[in-house]
Structure formats: C-alpha cells, structure tokens
Design a protein around this ligand. Structure first.
Ligand code: BES
Ligand code: MN
Ligand code: ZN
Length: 489
C-alpha cells in the first residue's frame, strides 16, 4: 500500500477524486466557505455528527464533493489516541472492496503524533493476512493520501510512520503465520531475505553451532521437536564500527505446546503467536532498512518449537546454560526464559550500548496489564525512561514493573543454581528476575508482550507491537550518533 502526504485544506479536499474521503473533524471545528465545511457544520448543528472520537457519518455522492463516498469522523482533541479511536470506529470502510484510493484529511491544526497515527491506523484497518488465504481476499486499498494544512511541517513524522507500517505489517504477517508455515528454518529465511537491503547482514546458526557455543538451555527446549532450531543474527550498520550497538533479542518459539508440562487444548492454536517477539525484531529491521538511520543495531532470535516427545526435557531435568549456571527445569512450559537466557549471555560479545529483549513471556503479564500496555522491566533508569517515552510517542505503550531482589526468592532450587519457575504470584516479575541473572555489564530491558502482541476472539491476529515503540526508541538513539551513510531520500 502506498501513502502520500499532501497539503490540503477543505476547499482542496472537495475536489479530490477518490473512492473514499475521510474527514477527521476536531473539537471546535472552524468551517470555511467550501462544500465540505458546509456539510460538516450542518451535520454538527443537527447532531448527526459529533466531534467525539468514535462518532461518524457516512455519505454517498454528496453534492459538490468529488469523492464517491465521504466519511465525516470526530477526532476530539486530535491527538494520536483520538485519531486511533476515530479510525478504529470506521475501520471496516478501509476493507470495502470498492475502496482502492482513499484520502484522509485532518481538519484544523494537526497535533503531534496525529499524522503518524493516521498512517498507522489506516494501515491497521486495511491489513489483510494473505500467506495461507487465497489471493482473492487480498487488500484492495492501494493508495492513501494523507491531507494536512501544512505537509512540510510533518514530513519527517510521516516518513517515519510509513517505515514503521512496513515493519509492523512484516511482523503481523509473520506473527499470523501458522506454525507449519513459520518454522525456525522459515523464520531464518525471512531474516536472510531482509539482508538484501543496504546496511543489513544476516547470519544463521543451526544445532551444531549452537551446541558448540554451549547453549544448553536453548538446546534443551528444542530437543523435543523434529524441527531443527535456528539462531538468527541480524545486523544493521548505520553508524561507525566504533559505535556500540543496541541489541534486540526476540523470543522465537514458533509453537509452544508447553512440552511435557503440556498446555490445555482450548486456545492452544494461539501459541503459534509465541514468536511475536522474534517477528517484532524482523519488523524493526524492515523499518531500519527503509529509514537507514545512523545507528548500529543487532537482532538476535533463538527460534525453535516447544514440543512433548520421547526426547523432550522433563520436569526436574537440570541443564547447563551458556553462562555456566545450571537450571532445574521444573516446568517445561516456562521455555521462553530458557531460550532467552542463553541469548542474553551471547549478547554480551557485542559490548552493547543496551540490550532489549522482547518476548510473549508470561500469562501473568496478560493478567497484570491486559492488552493495553506491554510490561517493561529495566536495570537502567535512562533506558526505562527512553522506552516509556518511545511508547508514548508511537502510541504503543508500555509500563515499568519492578525488579526487586525479593522477587527472586522463589527461583531457588535444591538441585541447580536456579529453578526456571517460582510459583504463580508475580509471575511476570519472577520471569524477568530469572532473565536478569544472565544479563552482563550492559543496560538491559525486557518487554513482556504476552498481552499486546496479538488479539484473541473476533479480531484474532498479530498486532505488530511493539515495532512502533522500538523504532521510535532506536531513532531517538540514532539522533545521538554521527551518520555513516546518507539516509534514503
Ligand atoms: N508463551 C507462554 C506465555 C503466554 C501464555 C503468553 C498465554 C500469552 C498467553 C509461556 O511460554 C508460558 O507458557 N508461560 C507460563 C509460565 C509458567 C509455567 C511459569 C505461563 O505464563 O503460564
Ligand atoms: Mn510456555
Ligand atoms: Zn512460550
């Protein structure tokens, strides 16, 4: 899908030839002398339209307006969240077969974040999963013009948002793929395909190399599966070699049955989403490839299935992690932390500026924060603040949770240095405390995206979160280092 940004006031929007014209109407709307203004003023006066986000009015062949279909939609204060609500309410219109070219126009003063929110939420509403569904159902919306009073003033935000959309959609499509179409090997192929972009490199390791590295915890999870594991290493080089990279680590469990501690049958299909952390890392690299920012980024993805099998690990088994610490695997369903701990140990070799891991790690995080904010843990206040702010700016929120040492009590084991579970209370925190044991001398943050990476029920599907948050965070870091390559025009 193509996005264009255009300077457009309402008198210009009136003559835009398109299948759909969406006009976002703010509080205190000031009508002009054009046909659209007249229409909006009348609809507001007669209470057929309100400026509250979610309220809208659809019209066909409105007199004096070139668009075939017009939707007037309230956007309240016009901030990112209000724009999201406004576009969510009219979402289905962007999937209507007849709508190939749309114009979305923001009336009045454009608030920070509003343009990015339009791009993101139009993309969100029109996205159609295609990998294992017939092409006939593919997305019909091909071109979207975003109209604002002053295009120059928001050009950067617009370009960023378009790149984020490419990353989010990449993450959504891979997240949505069923496990038999997103095996560790296929994920590795997707990463290799990203390395065709300038500045991106990819290296993939299999079981033999991972075994040589001594990643006993990762190997332990993978042993129950017929699908061989992959360890994916992506690099984006946009700054001088001397610049320490930010390392992103994505949980890549392509299917989580729970292993011998098997999960109950209902909704188990959703455990194909257990690689959404990995998908978000791939999505970030997709966006970086587009934006070419002046920063170095490494993406690490341990990818495997968690299956029950004659060779699978059993509750009580003790394995030796790459760090040398022994782990008593008391519950084979707490597998994410096992593949991540070895990857965190490996990450130290990059002498990173920061490491951020992204994982659908705990059901407990879903209980704590639901689907609104991702859980965030950090050993470093500056990193935590940067991630919180990036989440706000991208309308992809997170919330900091604690790492008090007292939470680690329950991880003690009689038979190993550490157990992999600590009982039900504070489950998201104890998982983070487990990971923290493997963190080296670098600022570290952990994003638990179990509640935010996908939606269940009628709207079942991957969300592409937290690609927006991560890209914003990285662009913020890039601003601090000198460029090595000119960004793409
Ligand atoms: N992938 C799951 C976490 C999960 C569960 C995410 C449900 C979203 C919805 C993870 O591997 C897991 O199974 N965690 C266990 C940990 C427990 C055994 C300590 C959990 O949360 O139940
Ligand atoms: Mn599990
Ligand atoms: Zn899992």
């Amino acid at each position: 899908m193509n996005f264009d940004l255009k300077t457009l006031d309402l008198s210009g929007a009136v003559s835009e030839k398109c299948d759909l014209l969406v006009l976002l109407v703010p509080e205190g709307f000031q009508p002009g002398a054009d046909a659209l203004s007249t229409l909006v003023a009348l609809a507001l006066k007669n209470k057929d339209l309100e400026t509250e986000p979610g309220k809208h009015l659809q019209l066909y062949h409105a007199p004096g307006i070139a668009a075939r279909r017009v939707v007037l939609a309230g956007m309240g204060k016009g901030d990112a969240r209000a724009v999201r609500q406004a576009l969510a309410a009219i979402g289905p219109v962007f999937k209507a077969g007849a709508v190939k070219r749309a114009v979305v126009c923001l009336a009045g003063v454009v608030r920070p974040g509003a343009v990015a929110s339009v791009v993101q939420n139009v993309a969100h509403a029109s996205y159609v999963y295609t990998t294992t569904k017939p092409k006939a159902e593919a997305r019909t919306l091909g071109r979207v013009v975003v109209g604002v009073a002053d295009a120059d003033g928001v050009a950067d935000a617009f370009a960023h948002a378009v790149a984020v959309v490419a990353g989010v959609e990449y993450a959504r499509e891979w997240g949505n793929r069923p496990a038999n179409h997103a095996t560790p090997a296929l994920l590795a192929d997707a990463a290799k395909a990203l390395a065709k972009h300038p500045g991106v490199q990819c290296k993939v390791m299999g079981p033999a190399e991972v075994s040589r590295l001594g990643m006993g915890a990762f190997l332990a999870v993978a042993r129950g599966s017929e699908e061989p594991l992959r360890f994916i290493e992506l690099r984006y080089s946009g700054a001088a070699k001397t610049q320490a990279p930010v390392v992103l680590v994505g949980k890549g469990i392509t299917f989580d049955t729970g292993g011998i501690s098997i999960k109950p049958a209902p909704e188990m299909d959703e455990m194909k989403f257990d690689m959404c952390g990995a998908a978000s890392v791939l999505g970030v690299f997709r966006a970086l490839a587009e934006l070419q920012p002046a920063i170095n980024v490494v993406g690490l993805v341990p990818a495997c299935e968690n299956m029950p099998d004659g060779r699978a690990i059993k509750p009580g088994d003790v394995v030796t992690s790459m760090s040398g610490q022994t782990i008593e695997i008391l519950n084979t369903d707490a597998e994410g932390r096992l593949i991540l701990c070895d990857t965190l140990t490996y990450a130290a070799r990059y002498k990173p500026a920061a490491v951020v891991d992204i994982a659908t790690l705990t059901g407990a995080c879903v209980i704590a924060l639901g689907g609104v904010r991702s859980g965030m843990f950090a050993t470093d206040d500056a990193l935590a603040d940067a991630l919180l702010q990036a989440g706000e700016a991208a309308d992809d929120l997170c919330w900091r949770l604690p790492l008090d040492e007292d939470y680690a009590e329950g991880l003690k084991s009689h038979f190993a240095d550490v157990g992999n579970v600590a009982g039900r209370p504070g489950g998201a925190v104890t998982a983070a405390k487990f990971l923290q044991r493997f963190v080296g001398e670098f600022p570290w943050a952990h994003l638990d995206i179990a509640g935010t990476a996908w939606k269940s029920g009628a709207a079942k599907g991957a969300t592409g979160r937290p690609v927006g948050l991560l890209v914003h965070y990285l662009l913020g870091q890039a601003a601090k280092v000198p460029a090595r390559r000119a960004p793409k025009a």
